[in-house]
Design a binder for this molecule. Structure first.
Ligand SMILES: Nc1ncnc2c1ncn2[C@@H]1O[C@H](COP(=O)(O)OP(=O)(O)OP(=O)(O)O)[C@@H](O)[C@H]1O
Ligand SMILES: [Mg+2]
Length: 440
């Protein structure tokens, strides 16, 4: 029996027909059906799974377009309609998986009617295992793309990949595709803000072959976005190069005038297990001295120089934190990567950085650097190293790479991750390796 009210607004003959149909439903089936009817009436046309014989439905859309909601509704709809279905959900990190894909306002738990959850032994939602079970035996299992090894083994009927363009390791995509092999027609739903990674460019080319491409901009969903959220997005991106990607979902190739290009970064990228032995490793900090909601980020980049005379960007741990918070994080990274030294820009608050690090750990070798030359003058030789193919990113660093590829001589904003990267590679490429001084 269908829940009251959900068929409101239908013509009497349609209503009678549906009532007859839904009267044969179990309680769970009726709730599942009602939820699907409700989403079908709310969803914009582009948010509905397309007809046709596709294997990949790839949604490249702007921030706030409704990407996550579309992916979650699709997977939940499939799991409810197909008993014993095995569904996968992959998000960039464990945090994204839980906070966005499962528990977020647009996430899976908000799309499944309570009555359709598993009621038997054990819990319906296991947040340690990231597993959601439905009454009909279907299971939705979550994976973080930052751990590609966990995707080795499991098999799926259907998978939803959220923010694919921000996944650190392309290996996760390969493993996921390998597991997508149950049933007659396994299908993949991708929901992401686009970036010109190799995987996305390849999907783009396959549009109309086995891929169905859907593109959309942020403002198509303005009816469902809070005015404050729209205002924030406009302030951050309006008139910027990055806005064309983040709001209008343009697949930007190389941005005119930018010092870095996505092409260079993509071509020289390597996987974690191909990282050669490193001769020297530094942790570079571009500090934000104040800490409040809208203060700058502190750029923290870990990079090394290999015995092969090439440079490797190993991690980007930039954060918005109090000075004590980022100080501790930088020192943790120093030990985690067994680095040789910490390099920090000391223009704004030089004494602070020294005192701060000394306070936390006075054995860490430290080099203060001062920005006497302009930012562009410092950045150009580093961009040239990339151009010569001498720098590899170990995995993908979305925010850092967006900063690099949208930075041009006329940019006004000070990109913190870019600054920290420039300090790290300057130190590695110029220094003899001797300490200027050691905190002790
Ligand atoms: N068709 C719709 N009807 C009603 N609400 C919708 C619809 N589509 C999306 N929403 C709502 O709009 C908001 C933004 O959606 P969502 O979080 O899915 O966007 P997103 O594109 O994933 O955003 P982000 O770029 O931040 O990841 C959510 O509250 C979501 O529930
Ligand atoms: Mg989202």
């Amino acid at each position: 029996m269908a829940p009251d009210g959900f068929l409101n607004g239908l013509a009497p003959d349609q209503l009678a027909k549906l009532k007859r149909l839904t009267d044969t439903f179990t309680e769970e089936e009726a709730q599942a059906f009602a939820a699907q009817v409700k989403w079908a009436s709310q969803a914009r046309q582009k948010q509905k799974a397309p007809e046709g014989d596709w294997s990949v439905w790839c949604i490249l859309a702007g921030r706030g377009w409704g990407k996550t909601r579309t992916g979650a509704q699709d997977i939940v709809g499939y799991a409810m309609a197909n008993p014993e279905a095995r569904c996968g959900v992959v998000a960039p990190t464990q945090g994204d998986l839980r906070r966005v894909c499962f528990e977020g306002p647009s996430g899976l738990l908000n799309c499944v009617p309570k009555g359709c959850l598993w009621q038997g032994e054990g819990s319906a939602y296991n947040r340690t295992a990231m597993e959601l079970r439905l009454w009909n035996g279907s299971v939705i299992q979550g994976y973080a793309a930052i751990e590609p090894d966990r995707l080795r083994g499991p098999q799926f009927h259907r998978v939803w990949a959220d923010e694919l363009a921000a996944w650190r390791y392309p290996d996760a995509y390969d493993q996921m595709m390998f597991g997508l092999r149950l049933g007659d027609k396994p299908q993949l739903i991708i929901t992401t803000t686009p970036r010109p990674t190799e995987i996305i460019l390849n999907l783009f080319k396959r549009d109309g072959v086995d891929v169905h491409l859907t593109q959309g901009n942020t403002f198509e969903n303005d009816a469902n976005l809070a005015e404050s959220a729209l205002k924030q997005l406009r302030e951050r991106y309006a008139g910027t190069r990055l806005g064309r990607q983040e709001l209008y979902a343009e697949l930007l190739q190389d941005i005119e005038g930018a010092l870095w290009s996505y092409g260079f970064l993509e071509r020289s990228r390597i996987q974690k297990d191909s990282l050669p032995e490193l001769e020297r490793i530094v942790v570079a900090i571009d500090p934000a001295v104040t800490a409040s909601e809208d203060s700058d980020e502190t750029g923290i980049i870990v990079a090394g120089k290999g015995f092969d005379n090439r440079y490797y960007v190993v991690d980007d741990c930039s954060v918005r934190m109090s000075p004590d918070g980022w100080g501790r994080l930088a020192i943790d990274m120093f030990y985690k990567y067994q680095a040789d030294r910490i390099v920090a820009e000391v223009n704004n608050g030089g004494d602070l950085v020294e005192g701060l690090l000394r306070n936390i750990d006075n054995t860490v070798p430290y080099t203060p650097v001062r920005a006497s030359r302009g930012k562009l003058v410092r950045a150009e030789p580093i961009a040239a190293l990339y151009e010569q193919g001498k720098v590899s990113h170990v995995g993908m660093f979305k925010e850092l790479e967006d900063q690099l590829c949208s930075y041009s001589p006329t940019s006004k904003k000070s990109p913190d991750r870019l600054d920290a990267l420039v300090w790290a590679l300057t130190e590695l490429s110029q220094s003899s390796g001797k300490a200027y001084w050691r905190i002790s």
